[in-house]
Design a protein around this ligand. Sequence first.
Ligand SMILES: Nc1nc2c([nH]c(=O)n2[C@H]2C[C@H](O)[C@@H](COP(=O)(O)OP(=O)(O)OP(=O)(O)O)O2)c(=O)[nH]1
Ligand SMILES: [Mg+2]
Length: 137
Amino acid sequence: MADSALPILTVVAVALVDADGRVLLAQRPAGKAMAGLWEFPGGKIHPGESPEAALIRELKEEIDIDVTEACLAPFTFASHRYESFHLLMPLYVCRRWKGAMRPREGQTLAWVRPAKLGEYAMPPADKPLVAMLQDLL
Ligand SMILES: Nc1nc2c([nH]c(=O)n2[C@H]2C[C@H](O)[C@@H](COP(=O)(O)OP(=O)(O)OP(=O)(O)O)O2)c(=O)[nH]1
Ligand SMILES: [Mg+2]
């Protein structure tokens, strides 16, 4: 099957960066696809949603923080062919949020120094993103 025949799945994700320049990773819970791998928080865009609105919704659902569109800076994107879909994933950077962060979906959260990001097993689509974040931070 040609690449172009795969459905494109658009997923929005964010690198939340704290005052020390550490990045938030979330470990995908058991039962989900790619369980156990570490990822940037985010998820699928619902029909009719803008990418930013989807990300704001996902951040509330997954880690209970409030983010505004003005604080979401587009950074880069992943384009990766998985077995049954092609992932297109815009990655934002965000350094400001409100509320006490807590995992709401059984995930484990970790604040990771850029130099240590390579020690966390991530989905294959994320590899180039990690290198770009290390350059930025
Ligand atoms: N959130 C996120 N998803 C990623 C990353 N890398 C990567 O390949 N993915 C893939 C895994 C999934 O196939 C897809 C996102 O799915 P998801 O399960 O997080 O979507 P969602 O939050 O909307 O969850 P659900 O409602 O479908 O359970 O993108 C990443 O860094 N962050
Ligand atoms: Mg998600």
